[in-house]
Design a protein around this ligand. Structure first.
Ligand SMILES: [Zn+2]
Ligand SMILES: [Zn+2]
Length: 144
């Protein structure tokens, strides 16, 4: 673990601070309606980490939580409303939004839920209709 790099993240105002350590299990962009509606943005840049790679260093009691479904527990700062991450208990992974860990080199490999997209991205990366087969999706690839 000594060689694992640690990156700092925070909410918009800085009341909530955390670190991620090591390498994420996956990185990419999600175009699903839930990500878009909750973030109020056209696409979510995600990085998925094992839960123990994510450590809250400040403001743990200032983190709000909401879950519409059991798949996603969405976390934000109670002071500024800035989003920090979402826990996905079914996958056993935590999505730390690339935007809140600016020093972490986000290397997207895939677009997921492109079947729901409102923003076409011609970056040459694979565009999955929903999720990869190994994550319970169809694995179907769509045109950009
Ligand atoms: Zn905040
Ligand atoms: Zn999504």
């Amino acid at each position: 673990m000594a060689s694992d790099k640690t990156y700092k993240g925070s909410c918009f105002c800085g009341a909530v601070q955390f670190t991620v350590t090591g390498e994420p299990a996956a990185m990419g962009y999600c175009h699903c309606e839930s990500c878009r509606h909750w973030s109020a943005g056209p696409v979510n840049a995600f990085s998925l980490w094992k839960p123990d790679a994510v450590k809250i260093t400040k403001g743990a009691d200032n983190i709000g939580s909401y879950h519409k479904t059991a798949n996603s527990y969405r976390k934000w700062c109670k002071t500024c409303g800035g989003h920090v991450f979402s826990e996905h208990p079914g996958m056993g992974l935590t999505d730390v939004y690339a935007a809140v860990i600016p020093d972490f080199p986000h290397k997207p490999a895939v677009h997921v839920n492109y079947g729901e997209t409102t923003l076409r991205v011609r970056d040459g990366l694979p565009k999955l209709k929903d999720f990869p087969k190994e994550m319970g999706g169809s694995g179907v690839t769509l045109a950009e």
